[in-house]
Structures are given as C-alpha cells and as structure tokens.
Design a protein around this ligand. Structure first.
Ligand code: AMP
Length: 284
C-alpha cells in the first residue's frame, strides 16, 4: 500500500494503472476511519482491481462555528485500517496541496441542497461537491463509494455526476451501526460516556417510526411526534431537525405515499449526529 500526499504522485500511479487496464474504486473520507468507512473499502475492493482511499478534512465544507479544528484525526491508525482492507493507495494531501492561495472555483448543486442539512449548514454541500469534483479529477476512478449514512450527500453527488457528465459510477453503501444501533461516525468520538448512552435515541426514534409504518401509519406528523417524544426523553439530546422528504427530490412530504427519506439531526451535548432511513412505498 502506497501513501502519498501530492496530486502529482496520485496522477503518476493512476496513469500506470490505467495503462495496465486496471479499474479503480475511490473511497473519499475525512479519516478517523471506522467500520462504516471499511464497508465502503470492502465494496470498492470487490468491484475494482485497485482501491484509492482519500483522507482529507476538507476545510471548505465546515461552517465558521463548526468543528474543523477539533475534527478527530489519526493517520497512523487510518493507515493500519486501510492496509487491513487491502487498499492500494492512500491520498492524504495537505490543505495547501488542495487549495492554493488563489483558489476560486466551486461546484454548487441547487435544489437538492435546500432541505435537511443543506438548510442548516449553508455552504456545506458546495464545499463537499467542490472537493469531491477535485478528488474525481485527481484520481480518475471508474466507481466511487459513498455511505447512505450521509443520505443527502449521496443524493447530491449522484445529481452532480449526472448533471456534469462525470464518467463515474456512484455506489451507495448501507449504514453500518454499533451494536445498540447508533450509526458509526468519526464524531461519535466526541461523546462522553453519558452522551454515548443518550445517543442511541436517534436509532430508537427510527425503530419506532419503522414499527408505526409497519402498522400502517402514513401521517408524517404523527410519526414525527412519536420520534420527537422518544428523543425528548434524553435530557442531553436536542433535535435539530426530523424531516420526511421525497427520496428523489428531497422536497417535504406529509403523507407516506411515495418513496421517502426520513432524515434527522440531533445534538447530543455539543455533538451533532445524523441518521436516516428510507421508506419504500412499493414494498409497504
Ligand atoms: P466521512 O469520513 O465522515 O466524511 O465519511 C466518508 C464516507 O464514509 C461517506 O461516504 C460517509 O457516508 C461514509 N460513512 C460514514 N459513516 C458511515 C456508516 N456508519 N456507514 C456507512 N458509511 C458511512
């Protein structure tokens, strides 16, 4: 496994892989890797001859009051995790390598970014789309792997790839969870012991919504109230949003009569956690 920090080094490696006809799978990450990231690597490994993992905490996707400075980092541990998964190349550039002083071009996906996290984190998806575009251009993959954990991000990237004609297949991978149901996240490392226990409320709310849906409940208002009640039981939890949106357009739905995404963001103490589930109308 090679670990490189410059765009030039990636280009050299990718060129030789392309010349030998090898297919390339890309897994973009911000590091502090966990089993969620490793599931993307496993999927990439299965589909491609070569796997590139990028590790870059992208400053332009963080708002001014967000956790850029404190975001957890551990490159040594990440290298071991990638090695274990049979990754071929890690690209871990510095901020200067990715953004020179005169950097001034951005990729902005409209519409899909108006709701959910896009609404609460202005500029976030512009930062995400810009860095992902750069990583696509640098690594020239055949396929790129993203987690359903960040459902809006996955939808936005798929839209961007279609709109801008990237010749890259976008593969969404299921949410990997802890034993008690908490979605794995690098940000879980911020949680104190009591916060970690409280954090299970996101999954409990999802489970309760799913069981109401199974029993035939279609009203978003009713389901949302039940989810709010579960989360309200945890004094450390504060809801940022619980929204039900159309799976394709991400516009608000009031009745579950189409494929829908239920997404939620909840502060546990100071840590903002997100989770979601998809409702498929066809199967209900
Ligand atoms: P991050 O390092 O948090 O930016 O995440 C990098 C990629 O890993 C994104 O595509 C995430 O959606 C994905 N990911 C993060 N957590 C999980 C998880 N629990 N299950 C599946 N994929 C995940």
């Amino acid at each position: 496994m090679k670990v490189v920090t410059t765009i030039k080094q990636v280009r050299e490696q990718v060129k030789s892989w392309h010349q030998s006809g090898a297919s390339i799978g890309l897994v973009p990450t911000m590091g502090f890797l966990h089993e969620g990231h490793q599931s993307l690597m496993a999927a990439a490994k299965k589909d491609n001859q070569k796997v590139i993992v990028t590790i870059f905490v992208n400053p332009i996707q963080f708002g001014p009051s967000e956790d850029l400075a404190s975001y957890p980092r551990d490159l040594q541990r990440d290298k071991i995790a990638c090695e274990k998964m049979g990754v071929d190349l890690i690209f871990c550039p510095s901020t200067d390598e990715m953004y020179d002083t005169h950097f001034s071009s951005y990729v902005d996906v409209n519409g899909l970014t108006d709701a959910l996290c896009g609404k609460r984190r202005p500029g976030h998806f512009k930062g995400v789309c810009t860095v992902v575009t750069k990583l696509f251009n640098i690594t020239q993959p055949d396929r790129a792997y993203f987690g359903q954990k960040d459902a809006q991000q996955l939808a936005v990237i798929k839209r961007m790839v279609k709109d801008l004609n990237f010749n890259i297949e976008i593969i969404g991978c299921p949410i990997v969870r802890e034993q008690d149901g908490l979605a794995k996240s690098s940000r879980n490392s911020y949680l104190s012991e009591s916060e970690r226990l409280a954090a299970v409320c996101l999954y409990q709310a999802i489970e309760s919504a799913n069981s109401m849906i199974k029993q035939g409940e279609k009203s978003v208002a009713t389901i949302r109230t039940a989810m709010q009640d579960i989360i309200a039981k945890q004094s450390l939890a504060k809801i940022d949003y619980i929204e039900f949106v159309d799976l394709q357009t991400l516009t608000s739905v009031e009745l579950l009569e189409q494929d829908s995404l239920c997404a939620l963001a909840v502060y546990i103490g100071k840590t903002r956690l997100i989770d979601n589930f998809i409702y498929y109308h066809y199967y209900s």
